[in-house]
Design a protein. Structure first.
Length: 106
């Protein structure tokens, strides 16, 4: 069972925006896409680059360096040059505030 980290009010993350934060010592990127908030590791498994500044396309984040794509909901690597999935974290909204699980999804 995960503990939860309070990120802040829902208004902190507008549609189409992202932010990064540290969760249990790991850099995590939060995105709001189609009304849903997602949290995934802020690292491309291809070369270790940050991915938070990439563009969102069809439920995936596209790494700004080499175009690897990762599912926002699961962290699954969707195309080359990345073949290894990245961590994804549960996100919930409680009383108008965003909370992120402190451990990745299994």
């Amino acid at each position: 069972m995960s503990d939860w980290l309070l990120v802040g009010p829902e208004s902190l993350l507008a549609e189409g925006e992202h932010m990064t934060l540290e969760v249990a010592g790991d850099e995590v990127a939060l995105f709001r896409s189609d009304g849903t908030v997602y949290a995934i590791a802020d690292v491309c498994s291809h070369d270790g680059a940050e991915i938070a500044s990439g563009r969102i396309e069809a439920g995936a984040i596209v790494c700004p360096r080499h175009g690897a794509r990762f599912c926002l909901a699961t962290g699954k690597a969707l195309c080359a040059p990345a073949y290894t999935d990245i961590a994804a974290y549960e996100v919930r909204i409680v009383d108008g505030h965003i909370e992120v699980a402190t451990t990745p999804k299994p």
